[in-house]
Design a protein around this ligand. Structure first.
Ligand SMILES: Nc1ncnc2c1ncn2[C@@H]1O[C@H](COP(=O)(O)OP(=O)(O)O)[C@@H](O)[C@H]1O
Ligand SMILES: N[C@@H](CC(=O)OP(=O)(O)O)C(=O)O
Length: 361
């Protein structure tokens, strides 16, 4: 059985027409004799719409409530995708969190994978050509739905590939791959054809939305290559995330929350508390300045720190990180109002000399 693992993100499903194009592309893969494990995430904005509605009903819902709710966005995306495949007469089924064999711990909204039994996937693939898996969700030992965190559909896809022993995991998005900076923020960006796991993890932890850091870590650990591809037109390959490639990149994290503490000791306590629950952040402490930037967004960090008796000031700044080819990194905290122009300038400087992508290009 030749199995391919693909993940289509929310940006793939902007309209009905997009569903049809994706479905006919997948049908083409099936026609070539492949079986497809297809991870699907929520429609654009769906996850945050669910969260916002819930918070308007109760600003402090329990973790259990959030984990029961948030992955529904991906479940709906998966159902629409399945409907589009059925229209193409593809033999398709779905494995929901309770059926998938993906077992996590019970840390709400950041559940970690403990075990992945590939039997349900293999069995389903024997009788169907495509098995749809809603992203980001799993079950704990008690059988409850668990959420693996923001943008964790990428992690679901890599975990599916690892469990099935498939060495490539294809992740489709509205950009064909990893660029030297977010092409929707910065002009003149360059496509990075190859990037190492470690460089991609650094980018992601600094707030680059293009790939989920947990998924790259998991891919590295299990020897899965992530192949980034465009989710429309020719579905071309843009970037391979694997063993090689150290490009120069600029990451402006417009979801970052920059915090300032009254004293260094307070900041150190915050660093310990955030590290304990594996929230991505960058320590920006300098002599006389106790700051840190929580990256990747959507985590209510102020509330979490309040619960830990810490009350930092939230600054009107974002984190911008500059990774150079020589391995050096510079971090900046520009004011929100000028962050974009500032980052454009940094990117222009990084790419002012030809050949910055060097051997990575
Ligand atoms: N360095 C980068 N290279 C490419 N895309 C980036 C980069 N940094 C951020 N992005 C953003 O990541 C987006 C794709 O991620 P996402 O919106 O999560 O897609 P999907 O919904 O397909 O998972 C792109 O539209 C782009 O704006
Ligand atoms: N529910 C997920 C959906 C997801 O992972 O989205 P995407 O594939 O667009 O990153 C989230 O937003 O966290």
């Amino acid at each position: 059985m030749r199995i391919q693992v693909m993940k289509f993100g929310g940006s793939s499903f902007a309209s009905d027409e997009h569903f049809h194009r994706v479905a006919s592309y997948i049908q083409g893969r099936v026609a070539e004799g492949n079986k497809v494990a297809l991870v699907v995430s929520g429609l654009p904005g769906a996850t945050e719409a669910l969260r916002a509605k819930c918070l308007s009903i109760n600003p402090e819902p329990s973790g259990e409530t959030i984990d029961c709710l948030i992955p529904l966005a991906d479940t709906i995306g998966a159902a629409y995708c399945r409907a589009a495949l059925e229209r193409q007469r593809v033999k398709v089924t779905t494995l929901y969190f309770s059926q998938l064999g993906l077992l996590t711990d019970s840390n709400y909204s950041r559940a970690r994978i403990q075990e992945f039994d590939p039997t349900p996937l293999r069995t389903a693939l024997e009788t169907h050509d495509v098995v749809v898996v809603p992203g980001g969700q799993a079950r704990n030992a008690q059988g409850q739905q668990m959420w693996m965190g923001k943008n964790s559909s990428d992690l679901s896809a890599v975990a599916v590939a690892a469990a099935l022993g498939v060495k490539d995991c294809e992740i489709y998005s509205d950009v064909c791959g990893v660029y030297s900076s977010d092409p929707n923020q910065i002009s003149g960006t360059q496509l990075v054809p190859e990037i190492s796991y470690d460089a991609a993890i650094d980018m992601s932890l600094s707030g680059a939305k293009v790939i989920h850091h947990g998924s790259v870590r998991y891919a590295k650990r299990h020897g899965v290559e992530i192949v980034c591809r465009l989710n429309q037109d020719d579905f071309r390959v843009g970037t391979r995330i694997g063993e090689k490639g150290a490009p120069a990149v600029l990451v402006l994290d417009q979801r970052s929350v920059v915090l300032e503490f009254a004293a260094q000791a307070e900041q150190e306590r915050a660093v310990a508390a955030l590290s304990a629950i594996e929230v991505p952040f960058v320590d920006m402490a300098r002599p006389g300045e106790s700051r840190l930037a929580v990256t990747c967004g959507f985590f209510d960090v102020e509330r979490f720190l309040r619960e830990n008796n810490l009350q930092p000031r939230t600054l009107d700044r974002y984190l911008a990180s500059e990774f150079r080819r020589d391995g050096s990194v510079s971090r900046h905290l520009p004011e929100k109002s000028t962050a974009q122009a500032f980052s454009q300038q940094l990117h222009d400087q990084l790419y002012s000399q030809r050949g910055h992508l060097g051997s990575a290009a």
